[in-house]
Design a protein around this ligand. Sequence first.
Ligand SMILES: Cc1ncc(COP(=O)(O)O)c(C=O)c1O
Length: 376
Amino acid sequence: MKLPKKLTIKLQHREETNSLRSLKTPTNLVDFSSNDYLGFAKSEIIFTETHQYLINNNSKQNGATGSRLLSGNHNLYPIVESFLSNFYKTETATIFNSGYDANIGFFSSVPQRGDVILYDELIHASIRDGIQLSNAKAFKFNHNNLADLEEKINRQNTSNNQAEVYVVTESVFSMDGDSPDLLKMAEICTKHNVFFIVDEAHAIGVFNKGLVEQLNLQHKVFARIVTFGKGLGCHGAAILGCTELQNYLINFARSFIYTTGLSPHALATIKIAYQTLLNQPEYPEKLQDNIHHFKKEIKRFSLNFIPSNSAIHCCVISGNKKVKNISLKLQENGFDVKAILSPTVTKGKERLRFCLHSYNSVKEISKVLELLSIFA
Ligand SMILES: Cc1ncc(COP(=O)(O)O)c(C=O)c1O
């Protein structure tokens, strides 16, 4: 059967604007594109230890068999959730099947009709989608702009003092690699008595337990979203918060309720990955060394990099066609660097996105930047 005409037109438009997406299988090129910041996804040690852990626990079940509220809450769930709440020094950790599920679950269910969500204009699609499903009103504030945020909080507080206000940001922005001033943001949220939520997807593992913990802000944040598919190299996510929040999510977050739970294998991998992070600080240390080397090297060239201290470094190169061509040339030279196109990012702000890893060598970093300076 043929695709409806309207959809064909939309695909054609993508093709015309050089923004058509397609699936590719991973290559053997030098990895400057995956989110596997610490190399845990490819770790044979984690793979083998996970297998052994499941055998030792007599956990020989392949799937969860149902939603966590029905038959799917197998015994690894309480073990891993309690491990996570100790690790993050939080009352509870509630595991969701992915960061996408965690964000749509939280934002569609927690803010109520009449409440207000204030979100950074560059917030991740999963949070935007959750907000779309919510009955609350939502307003964006300018990226990392605390004056704009405070002005918008003040506006809400004077117009409707019945409304709860929720403020959400990322500790490391996925498409820019930069970070907000979390200390000041937490201060503003405390001062105005509003709920502060931080998505730590790209900070976990890169900055060990994340930036909230590093800045000792656990008690000023209402909820943290931590994901396991990036620095931890496996799959799933958790919402960290108080016991009442967990109770609420289990009862009202539809992406938690109406889906099959994660398999015991997925849960065991999460546990072993976290233990590796805890016991082997050399992984994040090596990554930090590489980040410093990258930052030092970019100073040699006049390239338009967005300032970042994280594992994500973006060189802005306007135009889908141009940025795609450069990414292709780098790939032909053995380096996997992805072009981020509009409409994923604003038109004119297309970019090459370098993801750094503990397993990149300084030689690879210097070489890829030299090539970029030639092609850009
Ligand atoms: C900031 C942020 N939050 C949430 C997610 C979604 O996480 P997951 O890949 O586990 O669904 C991502 C991943 O793209 C992300 O970058």
